[in-house]
Design a protein around this ligand. Sequence first.
Ligand code: FES
Length: 181
Amino acid sequence: MEKFEFTKEELAVIDEIIAKYPNPQPAVMPVLWMAQDKFGHVEPDVQKLVANTLGLPESHVHGVATFYTQYYKERKGKYVLDVCTSFSCQACGAYDTLHYIEDKLGIKAGDTTEDGMFSIQSVECLGACGYAPMMQITNDIYVNHLTKEKIDTVIEDLKKDKLPEFEPIPLVQNREIAQEK
Ligand code: FES
């Protein structure tokens, strides 16, 4: 059975995080991130490690971990495709987008491909509603205005470990200033 532990150095970092707050509860999120960065997921045994390290009940850490889709409660593929299915994206065809990706990869949302390359998640609003439909890749880069062609390109590129280019999202006021110039 795999054993999950923090190193002495990591425990020192965790002590610094805890010291910023009057009690250890607010440290749960950053320490879960540290754990996910290290182990690739926060499975129940990792949640237990975080709870024991912070001296908190496992139920508290579990509650935080399960509230956010960004924390992986089981092992995921190398690339996690978080497809937003909240209202604005839904109105712009998020479910068609999601089903297209599911058909293309031969898995359903919540699953991982057999080769361990891709997982799909249907997630809540990612704050890019004006660029719907959109998805986020492994808690990192956003891919906006999804079309079938764009999805095809992104997936083929990811198979070669090529991440999509960062797409800047100009703020409305900046767009207006740029148009005035
Ligand atoms: S509804 Fe999809 S980003 Fe907000």
